[in-house]
Design a binder for this molecule. Structure first.
Ligand SMILES: [Zn+2]
Length: 95
């Protein structure tokens, strides 16, 4: 019997979105804050997650920022929530 194992399959989960001006393409576009998980699969079905990354990307040009540490992601997510609640005037990425 042949078994098919694999790794590197990814799933994306959109956590939040905001419309801001992109510093790369100059358009006001939707930026998605998303979680990308990598999986070990068995017969092409994701079974075991082995990596988790967080991205904040422009939907127009796909430029963005990667958060390697969960702490950086959580800090930025709080900034994003404050920005959306109009408590702050600018959205900065100082990670
Ligand atoms: Zn852009």
């Amino acid at each position: 019997m042949i078994y098919f194992f694999g790794w590197g399959d990814t799933t994306n989960r959109n956590i939040d979105s905001v419309r801001i001006k992109c510093r790369y393409c100059g358009h006001i576009s939707t930026f998605d804050l998303k979680q990308v998980r990598s999986w070990i699969s068995f017969f092409f079905i994701p079974i075991i997650p082995y990596a988790k990354k967080y991205w904040f990307t422009c939907s127009n040009c796909d430029s963005g920022y990667k958060f390697d540490k969960r702490e950086d992601f959580e800090r930025f997510r709080k900034k994003l929530l404050a920005f959306k609640a109009k408590k702050r005037k600018t959205l900065t990425l100082d990670v």
